[in-house]
Design a protein around this ligand. Sequence first.
Ligand code: F6R
Length: 607
Amino acid sequence: MCGIVGYVGPQPALPILVEGLRRLEYRGYDSAGVAVRTDDAIWVQKAVGRVSSLAAKTRLGPAGCIGIAHTRWATHGGVTEANAHPHLDERARIAVVHNGIIENMSELKRELEQQGVVFKSETDTEIFAHLIRSVYDGDPLQAVSYAVKRVRGTYGIAVMFQEHPEQLFVARNGSPLVIGLGDGETVVASDPQAVVEHTRRVVYLKDRELAILTRDGVQVHSFDGRSLDSSIEMLEADYKVADKEGFPHFMLKEIHEQPRSIQRCQLGRIQVEDGNARLGGMELQPRDLVGIQRVIMLGCGTSYHAGMVGSMAIEALARVPSRAEIASEFRHRHPIVPREALFVAISQSGETLDTLGAIQEVQLKGGDCVGVVNVVGSTIARTCGRGTYLYSGPEVAVASTKAFTSQITALLTFTLMLARTRDLSYDKGQEVAQSLHDIPAKVAHYLERPGPIDEAVEAIVDARYVLFLGRGFSYPVALEGALKLKEIAYVPCEAYPAGEMKHGPIAMLEEGTPVIVIVPRDSQREKAISNIKEVQARGAKVIAIHTEGDELVQSIADISIEVPACAEYVSPLITVLPLQLIAYKAGLALGRDIDKPRNLAKSVTVE
Ligand code: F6R
């Protein structure tokens, strides 16, 4: 969501801060701003829109060596320069950037207004600047500690004082902050992407920690003032600044990365010879696996769709009851947390607040939750304490593609482990392991010859409504295809379990309505073919995603897109590919901002 960058060191801070913001742009933003300390005053510049607009306005900025910067994703107040961060106190001697939400905003604002403070923006962030000022008597640490203790909500903040030219203050409660310790310089950011160019030595700030940054390092304190030890970690050797590598968009690059990302996710985990799998980070021995009586997946958006596939596979192969839950619903309905259940939290970013809230609810009720996470060291990974990483590499496009297929791969790997402790025989285990092992080559094969995607795009770009249908394992794929089309191309569409269509959405069909049916050669195929006939009888135009050589489906579909044959439980890894490409190309045809669609954020750190 919002992005924070801060710098203190020997170099002019401004270009470093603006470049850092560029690295964070992918997280979602609508305006940006920067503050740099000069000898006389705090210099601030802001711009609505892209970081490039801010960059254009800051070319002739000052050469101060300490500063903070921010990309904003509006929560409180419209998208205006006045609402963009940094925000200043009334004397313009304290600057603050903030990621998150202040829940007791009204109460604090009223209190400050009663003291005579006049607010200049509609944001909650400005409260921090005035609260800090209200108690500041020359001791910045004490003033920042006061403010963080008064505020309820989730936040990561960075604060700069005109009177303290060598120090930045940062604090965290729920929104990530990573501090990079360079050689004579220190960088802080909400994401390692803005740090990695400077250093690989990092400290991840924990919740309710406050830190003082100087060019020589970091001192961490608890909110109640105790000095704490900070553990320095190294960013992984292969973690690097994301690059499009010749592709016009990150989304396309990430779609084409899937043969490799799926393979990386399997590496050392799938054992075809043994007909088994291993996910060491889950810390589940066969004895523990046998004790699991149900598996409950938690996630949002695409990660929830991956969870649906995972839970279907667990029921089909391990015969353990399983279901997927939307984290934002689960966490707020006082859920039952069965003792013998294993919860699996799925998240690409590892920062999604609703998923984190659901995990905390499970843990509060004594439940056991493992993480399936892409971003190493992220809050969800840390909160779960155990689980598995996807190793997909940074996913930069807002629309999730490679993380989805890696999440499913990881969940199927877990399914195999679980199933082998139950009824799944050695032979069947080998078959499952082999199916997973063969997937990267099949994905590569499909991506080389993706079929008539352009024809499908032509059929849907001007449509008033597009319906996606799937049954069984293809239903979450239909949901994922519709989500991609909405977020990238803004084409009105919805996904339905094909059998449920006649209970309502069929009324939407008229002559020429595009209906995308995911109908691989699996146990549901015949029923899905009947659904194709039903929609065609109402004049719909059918785009069928089906298995290579399925002449029957090919002959009845208006547009037929073939995918390689595979086992039913791995089919989502293949059938989703044309849907990713359709969304991408539809977005392109409609002139959309592919990697940064409107209103969306990559990492959703608010409720
Ligand atoms: C869709 C998309 C979102 C995310 C959702 C959860 O393309 O990216 O629906 O899947 O916001 O995010 P993570 O996986 O980071 O928890």
